[in-house]
Design a protein around this ligand. Structure first.
Ligand SMILES: Cc1cc2nc3c(=O)[nH]c(=O)nc-3n(C[C@H](O)[C@H](O)[C@H](O)COP(=O)(O)OP(=O)(O)OC[C@H]3O[C@@H](n4cnc5c(N)ncnc54)[C@H](O)[C@@H]3O)c2cc1C
Length: 380
């Protein structure tokens, strides 16, 4: 059987949106087989943040521009601490400013003719360029504007502070990916701590729940955590970052069939973790290498497992930290990194499935399947 793949041979290309996906594609503009590429940006106040990812073969460019890397990381719960180590798949952090600088240099020095068009911030999603006129103007339009998500899905919402302390308290050798020793009264809640040196760290209060909180909730949680766990009561804030990431199915707001969605607009966010940077790079490389339309970078069975896992978290939030602890304890550093980067092998899947409480997941899997059937029946 031969699989026909649609080749995207374009002369003029537009990329809409200058976030992670838009700029990451713009950096590889010479691989688009285009004569001219236009990047449409929305004029917005400058914000910067960090992207964490595990070192993987498709991330060598990001790796060489990383701010820091950790060969060990921890998941901490009331039950205990799991420490993972990995030489091959270190946990890395890159600043969005550094990544965008690299992308911009590549875009502006490309052999392909490139231009940037800035759109005033008053433009809404409705009045932006994508009309039939643009369809005539461009052979391909890659759309990285943010997608829509269902109302009742879980959100990962967080605020992080990069801080400097006057006493040396942080461990720059071990990243803390999840520390559940925080109040759970406002939803599934953990701290994420990346120690850059003994005095400097990103400390992020992260929740999984269906709606975000007032800013004070994250601020108070960080202050309380630093004082209880690190004995730090005063610190200098260097910068802050915040975000709301959908943990579930999303779809493009603009469903025009001539648009190629990329990035989170094409489902690049891994639903169960909110990680997207690595998957966006994977997605872009895959479709450029294969000269096909962009598709989801996730495997179908990863999405199915995530769906079931998220349904379990939604119906049993009180079990969250136990589930993350069991999952982390069942894996070593390499398998954990592979699983969260969409590269799990059969043994990794076996370990993951085996670590989860069977009846809870079977019960939820049955519900998910019934839900799917109901939806199919409704459409039929
Ligand atoms: C603070 C923060 C920290 C994160 N940390 C991590 C992390 O550690 N690891 C990780 O893997 N992921 C992380 N993520 C998640 C993920 O990497 C990001 O959401 C990622 O930026 C998604 O890329 P994107 O290009 O799809 O969307 P975005 O980066 O959001 O880009 C969308 C772009 O579309 C533009 N836009 C919107 N409307 C219009 C319009 N009408 N016309 C033109 N342009 C428009 C916006 O200006 C924006 O530039 C983080 C997200 C945030 C917000």
């Amino acid at each position: 059987m031969s699989i026909q793949k649609k080749r995207v041979k374009a002369k003029t290309v537009a990329i809409v949106g200058g976030g992670c996906a838009g700029w990451s594609l713009a950096a590889r503009v010479d691989q688009l087989s285009a004569n001219r590429v236009t990047l449409y940006l929305k004029e917005e106040p400058h914000t910067s943040h960090n992207w964490g990812f595990w070192q993987m073969p498709w991330l060598s460019e990001a790796l060489s521009r990383k701010r820091a890397k950790w060969n060990s990381w921890q998941i901490i719960t009331d039950e205990g601490i799991v420490t993972h180590r990995s030489i091959n798949h270190a946990y890395c952090s890159i600043s969005s400013d550094d990544w965008f600088d690299w992308c911009q240099q590549r875009f502006h020095s490309a052999a392909t003719t490139t231009e940037v068009i800035k759109l005033p911030v008053t433009n809404t999603d409705k009045n932006i360029l994508i009309t039939s006129d643009h369809k005539k103007k461009y052979d391909s339009i890659y759309d990285s504007r943010p997608p829509m998500a269902d109302k009742n899905i879980l959100l990962q919402h967080f605020k992080g502070l990069e801080i400097k302390t006057s006493i040396p308290v942080f461990n720059s050798k071990v990243a803390v990916l999840m520390d559940f020793r925080v109040s759970q009264k406002n939803g599934i809640h953990f701290m994420y701590v990346l120690g850059y040196d003994a005095y400097t760290a990103l400390v992020e209060s992260t929740f999984f729940s269906t709606s975000p909180h007032r800013e004070e909730v994250y601020d108070e949680a960080i202050t309380d955590y630093l004082s209880r766990i690190y004995n730090v009561t005063s610190f200098e804030i260097i910068k802050s970052e915040k975000g709301i990431i959908p943990m579930g199915e999303v779809r493009p707001k603009d469903q025009n069939p001539f648009l190629y969605s990329i990035g989170s607009n094409a489902g690049a966010i891994r639903p169960s973790s909110g990680y997207a940077f690595s998957f966006i790079q994977k997605q872009i490389m895959q479709f450029l290498d294969r000269q096909t339309k962009p598709t989801t970078p996730h495997k179908k069975h990863d999405l199915m497992m995530d769906h079931i896992f998220l349904e379990v978290l939604k119906s049993h939030p009180e079990k969250a930290q136990r589930l993350f602890f069991k999952l982390a304890r069942a894996l070593d550093g390499d398998s954990f990194a592979r699983f969260l980067s969409g590269e799990a092998n059969i043994k990794d899947y076996f370990l993951v499935i085996n670590s989860m409480p069977k009846w809870l997941f079977i019960n939820q899997a049955v519900r998910v399947i019934i839900e799917k059937w109901k939806r199919i029946a409704k459409w039929a």
